[in-house]
Ligand binder design. Structure first.
Ligand code: UDP
Ligand code: MG
Length: 151
């Protein structure tokens, strides 16, 4: 059985503001499984590839500059429906329009400082996981309380 995986990254503002535990905790409490996590300062090449779909947009250069400005916490989370669910938990791109209860709705006000990235579709999840992680950095494991999460 192929279980769905998504790529999430706590951006430099989330790390600098001390929100790593708060954000990781939301996905843990939801019940998704963490299969990879590392902190890194992304290279310009990595950031440009990650945000390649936005390369013609006016905010591209500042977005790449920001995402490479300090440590990012890159993660892979696993579970049925995790890609769409994580996007809902993250909330709208514009934090002022994000619903209260979402990460951006609760923790951010500015579109350029919206604390977290999440893959938006199965193809982008596969692309982004492969871009940020080597295959041997992804851990296959069974949580000891698995039977209490899923039937
Ligand atoms: N962004 C920005 N200005 C804009 C639109 C987007 O700074 O007008 C940044 C913002 O950090 C956003 C990222 O570019 O999270 C990627 O944009 P996208 O539309 O893919 O939003 P997301 O998928 O992160 O919700
Ligand atoms: Mg996006």
């Amino acid at each position: 059985m192929v279980v769905e995986r998504t790529f999430l990254a706590i951006k430099p503002d989330g790390v600098q503001r001390g929100l790593v535990g708060e954000i990781v905790g939301r996905f843990e409490r939801k019940g998704f499984k963490l299969v990879a996590l590392k902190q890194l300062i992304p290279s310009k090449e990595l950031a440009e590839q990650h945000y390649g779909v936005h390369k013609e947009r006016p905010f591209f250069a500042s977005l790449v500059g920001f995402i490479t400005s300090g440590p990012v916490v890159a993660m892979v989370w696993e579970g049925d429906g995790v890609i769409a669910s994580a996007r809902r938990l993250i909330g709208s791109t514009k934090p002022l329009e994000a619903e209260p209860g979402t990460i951006r709705g609760d923790l951010a006000i500015n579109i350029g400082r919206n604390v977290i990235h999440g893959s938006d579709a199965p193809e982008t999840a596969i692309f982004e996981i492969g871009l940020w992680f080597k295959p041997d950095e992804l851990n296959d494991w069974i949580p000891s309380d698995q039977s209490w999460r899923v039937e």
